[in-house]
Design a protein around this ligand. Structure first.
Ligand code: F6R
Length: 608
């Protein structure tokens, strides 16, 4: 959510900054801007809209500076206009700031600063912060930033430059990620490694409450109390190739098609087939506590929450541990009961989702063992958790989560087997599931061949504005996920429901030609799903079904059938996900939507 890039080096910074924020555009894309120190002065260029709009107006004004900051925005305070775009200048025009996060006490600070004679030209909380820094500036920029940050409530990742200190950038974080790329005679601060990896793979990750001061030739990490912090250089683990389109039209499609590989990476080294055990090294230091677990609470948002719902089925069936799944945003505010033996698992692709992070901290404060199921290595949730399991599915750039979802399902399956084998799950059953899990990448490859068929079906439904997605058991969460995918990228209204719930109200929605996607893969509830299908057909609804190969009956009940291989029921969500992702993708493309940058959305929701 919003992207920051700041460069101090010896090269002209304009291109580096723009290329950097382009790599972060999936995090926010309603306005963009940059500020550089040029000829000893601050030069600023900003534009509403995509970064391409900024590129159109860029000229000599900012072309020469070798120190600068840039931002791509997802609006929180103030409309996405040019005057609300970052960077923001203080009212003397000598200090510029880019900011991710929210300054919660900005209104009070603004009133006070106005009473001290400060002037404002935007509606943003960020402009308040730069004016506060300016008010507190008496010749030492680091000192002014430190003092200002002690006054603010809320979250921030910031980078600040000033024409008073032309070769210096001051950056700081609290609740919004920042890292420093350490190159040869250049340093780059960014909110995401994707903006850095082109220049260097050596980086230092800032923790909450830490700052960094960079110049072209040096960097110093410190606290808000000006105490130097020695930090290790870490290696950025992904390559440039992983964050480029590589011939695909969209990142979402690339990531859907990457799933055989991303899943292989998730599973690598974690399956001991002979023993029928899952190997989860990230849980080693808490294995004694896990042996005592009495109850599991999964906290997550959106797609990760849907993975959590599948996790509930897996953990209860395979490990026989009572499991609940909570929206992180609700959990954190409802005085949750955490008893001894409670394990809380936060699932998050980004590892930065504000609600999930806050819920995890709440759970820890109440004494729960906190586990993370996270993709981004070194992210805040990964660091906050007592232990955890990385997804290792590679960077996910498409705003709609796809490959992270299937990797989350795989990790939850491994976790259920890991815990189950320490309880009642027998070796044979575990071996069968693990064997099938190892075959899953190849099976997904087969399912991807459905893409053309699904595109044709999607094209025949483009005029339909309301869809239903229905499933039961393990695949009820997949119905929710199918509906979420469709609505977030194609803006078609869709609802996902447990199939049997339909007749308790939503069946009233069904009219002639309304697409209803049934997940009717083989399993314990197949017959019941067929009955639900008939209820829809009797009312003129158009049935599309995801079903198992060799199901000869389903064709009679559905207008179109997307077939997936037959696998043990607990693993079927891994395959069902794929046609649902493709269906959403092809509908969005058919309707001319910006698949990777859906309106009003951004990757990684770092505000409440
Ligand atoms: C939907 C989607 C979101 C995220 C949610 C949580 O396609 O991507 O619903 O799943 O915002 O994000 P993470 O997993 O980063 O915590």
């Amino acid at each position: 959510m919003c992207g920051i890039v700041a460069y101090a080096g010896h090269k002209p910074s304009q291109r580096i900054l723009v290329e950097g924020i382009k790599r972060l555009e999936y995090r926010g894309y309603d306005s963009a801007g940059l500020a550089v120190i040029q000829d000893g002065k601050l030069a600023l260029q900003r534009a509403a809209g995509r970064i391409s709009s900024l590129e159109e107006i860029l000229d000599e004004t900012t072309a020469g500076g070798t120190v600068g900051i840039a931002h791509t925005r997802w609006a929180t305070h103030g409309a996405p206009t040019t005057s609300n775009a970052h960077p923001h200048l203080d009212d003397t025009g000598r200090i510029a700031l880019v900011h991710n996060g929210i300054i919660e006490n900005y209104a009070a600070l603004k009133t006070w600063l106005q009473s001290q004679g400060k002037h404002f030209s935007s509606q943003t909380d960020s402009e308040v912060l730069v004016n506060l820094i300016s008010f507190l500036y008496h010749g030492n920029l680091v000192d002014a930033v430190q003092k200002a940050l002690k006054e603010v409530e809320g979250t921030y990742g910031i980078a600040v430059i000033s024409s008073h200190h032309p070769d210096t950038i001051v950056a700081a974080r609290k609740g919004s990620p920042l890292l420093v790329g350490v190159g040869e005679n250049e340093h780059i601060v960014a909110s995401d490694a994707a903006a850095i990896v082109e220049h260097t793979t050596q980086a230092v990750y800032l923790e909450d409450g830490e700052m960094v001061v960079i110049t072209p030739d040096a960097f110093r990490t410190l606290t808000l109390d000006n105490i130097t912090v020695d930090k290790e250089l870490e290696n950025i683990e992904f390559s440039l190739q992983q964050i480029e389109l590589g011939g695909y039209d969209h990142f979402m499609l690339k990531e859907i098609f990457e799933q055989p590989t991303s899943l292989e990476n998730t599973l690598r080294g974690r399956i001991d087939l002979q023993a029928g055990r899952a190997i989860l090294g990230g849980l080693e230091n808490v294995k004694e506590q896990l042996a005592q677990v009495k109850r599991i609470i999964i906290i997550a948002c959106g797609t990760a929450w849907h993975a959590g719902l599948v996790g509930e089925f897996l953990l209860e069936e395979l490990a026989r541990i009572p499991t609940e799944v909570e929206y992180a945003s609700e959990f954190r505010y409802r005085n949750p009961i955490i008893e001894p033996g409670t394990v809380v698992i936060a699932i998050s692709q980004s590892g930065e989702t504000a609600d999930t992070l806050a819920a995890l901290s709440e759970a820890k404060d109440r004494g729960a063992l906190a586990l993370g199921v996270v993709n981004v290595v070194g992210s805040t949730i990964a660091r906050e958790a007592d232990a955890g399991i990385y997804l290792h599915c590679g960077p996910e750039i498409g705003v709609a989560s796809t490959k992270a979802f299937t990797s989350q399902l795989a990790v939850l399956t491994l976790l259920a087997i890991y815990l189950g084998r320490r309880r009642s799950l027998d070796q044979d059953q575990a071996q069968r599931l693990l064997q099938s899990l190892t075959e899953m990448p190849a099976r997904i490859k087969n399912v991807l061949c459905l893409s053309d068929q699904i595109r044709k079906v999607a094209e025949s439904c483009l005029g339909c504005d309301n869809w239903l997605f229905l499933g039961r058991g393990y695949n009820y969460p997949l119905a929710l996920e199918g509906a979420l995918k469709l609505k977030e990228i194609s803006y078609i209204h869709a609802e996902g429901l447990p199939a049997a719930e339909m007749k308790h109200g939503p069946i009233a929605l069904i009219n002639k030609g309304m697409p209803t996607v049934f997940i009717a893969s083989s399993g314990s509830q197949y017959e019941k799903v067929i009955s639900n299908i008939e209820e829809v057909r009797a009312r003129g609804g158009m049935v599309l079904a995801v079903a198992t190969e060799n199901d000869t009956r389903i064709q009679r009940h559905a207008e179109a059938v997307f077939t997936i291989p037959d696998v043990p029921e607990p693993l079927s969500p891994l395959l069902v996900a794929v046609p649902l992702q493709l269906l959403a993708y092809h509908c969005a493309v058919g309707r001319g939507c910006a698949v990777d940058k859906p309106r009003n959305l951004a990757k990684s929701v770092t505000v409440e």
